[in-house]
Design a protein around this ligand. Structure first.
Ligand code: THU
Length: 311
């Protein structure tokens, strides 16, 4: 079955039934492809991605590269870049690879072994999604002219991949260690976005989601005072729109003293806690304190009381 996913910068052609792909893989691939193209400074391209088993990739590896070995990902660039050049400085060659059928430049094929990706994710202790995202970015940069034959080239390619992963907030276990200090400084940074002309009480927050992503928020007030939204709920809204729903920690700050979350925010945080949630309050010049949400909202009423098991 062939299916096509369009994203602003890149078209992904899906050439199999994707049985091994997790839900939303092709959306993820579109985002990864777009991020890689954006980082490289190229647009109007398309790639094809085929998802295969370990056995299949071994066959392809043998046929195309005479390597009789299973691997995680293979990429077959369509643009013959000059030595040392990548897509951004190969305009003429890109133009030659223009495919009128798509109205875009065909960058090449990616073959992804989703079985191996799953194993590697487990081995490294990060999400399947992160592993697939990383492998897709690795293959994308190959299609854009990058390689890792020398240490120097390898370092450049790794840097590009890292930028793509960072942009997409696809963290590895190691980088996932969002420290309390980092979360706190992101909350302090969010203060700058506070709209609080009535109270002059700025609040900044930063939420940490279960998958390692972070979401900032700031309070925004209204001439009709009751329409005010607190920093915590602003952060929750941001997170929900990025598909995050379970949070392990939040840092909340104000300019002076402590801003413990108000009752409404405690209730909203309670809805989306991952087991429990650590609530850190403090500030630039105020030592940070931590309490669990279960302490701040004891005997709470939550989704489980209405038989919602999974938020
Ligand atoms: N505020 C928050 O942002 N979070 C809280 O949990 C408490 C209160 C904001 C709302 C309003 O803009 C200002 O602080 C004063 O109430």
């Amino acid at each position: 079955m062939t299916q096509t996913t369009f994203s602003p910068l890149c078209i992904i052609e899906k050439i199999d039934d994707g049985a091994l792909a997790p839900d939303g893989f092709f959306d993820l691939a579109g985002l990864v492809a777009d991020a890689c193209l954006e980082i490289e400074g190229v647009s109007g391209a398309y790639v094809s991605i085929t998802l295969v088993t370990g056995e299949e990739i071994r066959k392809i590896n043998k046929e195309t590269r005479s390597v009789d070995k299973e691997t995680d990902v293979l990429s077959f660039p369509n643009v013959p870049y000059a030595p040392g050049k990548t897509a951004r400085d190969s305009e003429k060659r890109l133009k030659k690879a223009y495919d009128p059928a798509y109205g875009r430049v065909f960058l090449g094929d990616i073959v992804l072994n989703t079985q191996r990706a799953k194993e590697q994710a487990e081995e490294y202790g990060h999400s399947f999604k992160r592993e697939l995202g990383y492998l897709t970015s690795h293959a994308m940069f190959h299609l854009l002219g990058y390689d890792h034959m020398t240490d120097e080239d390898k370092a450049v390619m790794r840097e590009m991949e890292k930028r793509a992963m960072k942009q997409l907030q696809l963290y590895r276990k190691e980088d996932e260690t969002m420290t309390d200090e980092k979360l706190q400084s992101l909350a302090i940074e969010a203060l700058e976005y506070s709209y609080s002309p009535y109270s002059n009480f700025r609040v900044g927050a930063c939420l940490l989601s279960e998958d390692g992503r972070v979401f900032q928020g700031a309070n925004f007030e209204n001439a009709s005072y009751g329409a005010t939204i607190c920093a915590e709920r602003c952060a929750v809204s941001n997170a929900l729109m990025a598909g995050a729903r379970k949070f392990t920690k939040i840092a909340i700050t104000t300019d002076n003293g402590y801003a413990w979350p108000c009752g409404i925010c405690r209730q909203v945080l309670n809805e989306f806690k991952s087991g429990d949630m650590a609530v850190m309050v403090g500030g630039k010049n105020t030592p940070w304190k931590t309490k669990m949400l279960s302490e701040l909202l004891p005997e709470s009423f939550g989704p489980e009381d209405l038989d919602i098991q999974e938020v």
